[in-house]
Design a protein around this ligand. Structure first.
Ligand SMILES: Cc1cc2nc3c(=O)[nH]c(=O)nc-3n(C[C@H](O)[C@H](O)[C@H](O)COP(=O)(O)OP(=O)(O)OC[C@H]3O[C@@H](n4cnc5c(N)ncnc54)[C@H](O)[C@@H]3O)c2cc1C
Length: 376
């Protein structure tokens, strides 16, 4: 089998890259080891993030935040893309961008939020600082202990169960081929591109897009390319439905938390709590982290103290130490592209794919990647 571009990975990065390429008439085949959307892209918490995550601001510091700043432009652009994606793909993706609230309960947390907002604003992220009274008006569901917040009015949520399948279906309608349950086992360069070995077939591709998420380093290693990306097991929890209460994406400055309410009233509670990986590779929920996560949620939104958790699940996120994306053609490996956005790759999926497609099409990427992608 022959193809011009072979995309490895049927998560949001791969499916959206296949969509943008097929839309431009490129002969593209996507290969997915399992079924589409079965890993991080279908199991994440659905937050559309734009701001810098507070725990990392505190642990990595303001110098790191300033260095990361140019990456925020990608998240802003991606948020803009999310606004129009449902209409473009012909599927309601449950996009709701009512704003993200980073809530403080101590003056020290407020100072950190203000310092972070100053850096974020210098890169174009809209952040308003709310005092106790304005916060109470905007978010009466919060605990009395909340003394203020940083509010990013463009953040929100989308449905991870719908977004990647919608990209994949639209890519197929435009002529992309999808090979699911097909694992890439080997890759080698040829005079005209790459030879790709799966269990059942050999595929000749002129160009490759490595969009294998948490497994991207294993794929790159097949060509002897080291990339500093690790898989990190995370967990998320959903509660039984409660009355409509929370129109925002809520974060806590006191500890790891992301919280939002779905259309059906269930609350999704996450924020980067680690799951456990067993010796045989299976992921299981860490009960202590589940308790910590639920406590953080109930401390900020007291009503949730009464809501029962109905399910927790785990998945592996693609993580890099400095949080920078890795997007572009690998120097010295003509035609081999990486399409990887760590930690918040659901939010950034549309722009990650668009930039990858731009480069494959031989165009200037629509946003500069110097100082953003770890490759440049
Ligand atoms: C629990 C959790 C919560 C999260 N919450 C959020 C959130 O709220 N907001 C946000 O923006 N981000 C969130 N993230 C991060 C986000 O989900 C990921 O960054 C993003 O989905 C990565 O997309 P991807 O397409 O690169 O990778 P994936 O979705 O992991 O897709 C990669 C695909 O490659 C396939 N693959 C791997 N190896 C091979 C091979 N050898 N051959 C063929 N196929 C292969 C895999 O099967 C997989 O389907 C969360 C992540 C997790 C785990």
């Amino acid at each position: 089998m022959k193809t011009d571009v072979l995309v490895i990975g049927g998560g949001i990065a791969g499916a959206a890259t296949a969509y943008y390429l097929a839309t431009e008439g490129v002969d593209v085949t996507l290969v997915e080891a399992d079924d589409l959307n079965t890993q991080a892209s279908g199991a994440n918490a659905g937050s559309i993030h734009v701001q810098i995550q507070h725990p990392e601001f505190v642990s990595l510091g303001p110098d790191w935040a300033r260095a990361y700043g140019p990456t925020l432009r990608l998240l802003i652009e991606s948020q803009q893309m999310w606004l129009g994606l449902g209409a473009e793909l012909g599927v309601d993706l449950d996009v709701s961008l009512g704003g993200g609230l980073l809530v403080a309960t101590t003056p020290e947390q407020m100072r950190q939020i203000e310092a972070k907002a100053k850096i974020e604003r210098s890169f174009g992220v809209p952040i308003e600082i709310l005092d106790r009274d304005s916060l109470r008006i905007l978010a009466p569901y919060l605990a009395e202990t909340a003394i203020g917040a940083g509010f990013c009015p463009i953040e929100g949520k989308a449905n991870p169960l719908k977004a990647t399948p919608a990209f994949a279906a639209a890519a197929e309608r435009r002529g992309a081929s999808m090979l699911t349950r097909t694992r890439i086992l080997g890759l080698e360069p040829t005079s005209g591109g790459y030879r790709v070995r799966t269990g059942e077939r050999t595929i000749e591709a002129r160009r490759i897009v490595n969009a294998a998420g948490a497994a991207a380093a294993d794929i790159a290693a097949m060509l002897g390319i080291p990339i500093a990306l690790q898989g990190v097991p995370l967990q998320v929890t959903v509660t039984e439905p409660v009355a409509p209460l929370i129109p925002h994406l809520v974060y806590s400055a006191a500890g790891k938390l992301s919280l939002k309410q779905a259309h059906n009233g269930s609350c999704l509670i996450g924020g980067g709590w680690h799951a456990r990986r067993l010796a045989d590779g299976r992921l299981v929920t860490n009960p202590a982290h589940l308790a910590g996560n639920m406590t953080n949620a109930a401390n900020l939104v007291p009503t949730l103290g009464q809501a029962r958790a109905v399910r927790s699940w785990t998945a592996t996120v693609n993580g890099t130490e400095d949080w920078r994306p890795i997007i572009g053609e690998v120097p010295g490996h003509k035609g081999f592209f990486l399409s990887l956005f760590p930690w918040v790759g659901f939010s950034a999926g549309p722009i990650t794919a668009r930039l990858t497609a731009d480069m494959i099409l031989g165009r200037q990427p629509r946003l500069p990647l110097n100082g953003v992608s770890a490759l440049f």
